[in-house]
Design a protein around this ligand. Sequence first.
Ligand SMILES: CC(C)(COP(=O)(O)OP(=O)(O)OC[C@H]1O[C@@H](n2cnc3c(N)ncnc32)[C@H](O)[C@@H]1OP(=O)(O)O)[C@@H](O)C(=O)NCCC(=O)NCCS
Length: 133
Amino acid sequence: MITFSSRKKPSAPQVKALYRHAWWAKDRQISKIRQMLSHTDLLFTCWEGAALVGLARVNTDYAFRAVLFDVIVDPRFHRQGLGTRLVENALAHPDLRQVEQFWLYTTDKQAFYERFGFRQYPENVMILKKAKP
Ligand SMILES: CC(C)(COP(=O)(O)OP(=O)(O)OC[C@H]1O[C@@H](n2cnc3c(N)ncnc32)[C@H](O)[C@@H]1OP(=O)(O)O)[C@@H](O)C(=O)NCCC(=O)NCCS
């Protein structure tokens, strides 16, 4: 049975195992994943029993902005609505009620996010990409 949570804390190895399925996350180091988990404001997860099968996370000031990161579902469960539920749960979270804008970065999943009302603003967004140490 698939369950959703905004309270359960997956371990860094569980998140690492999920990241294997995303080209942009597959090389992330376990130590940095641990760091990330301890500084994530809201973590949305889905589980098959005790196995982590989906994740989305939000960092926010709880007033003006929230950034949605790392929406990822185990490929065995794609196209079954899990990704949609994770994003919906994030956007509807009561602690984010006052937030005026949700931001996200995506290279190739624009069609997926447009379903929730996200739109592209290429003229406004600037990114400083640092070289990896
Ligand atoms: C994007 C992702 C999270 C979607 O998860 P999912 O559980 O398969 O999504 P859902 O089942 O809720 O799909 C909902 C709808 O979104 C659309 N959709 C799903 N995956 C999509 C994709 N890869 N590209 C475009 N649209 C997509 C489809 O219209 C789908 O509905 P339908 O197939 O029933 O018509 C999943 O493909 C994934 O984990 N990808 C790898 C990680 C990644 O790149 N995440 C995005 C980071 S920006």
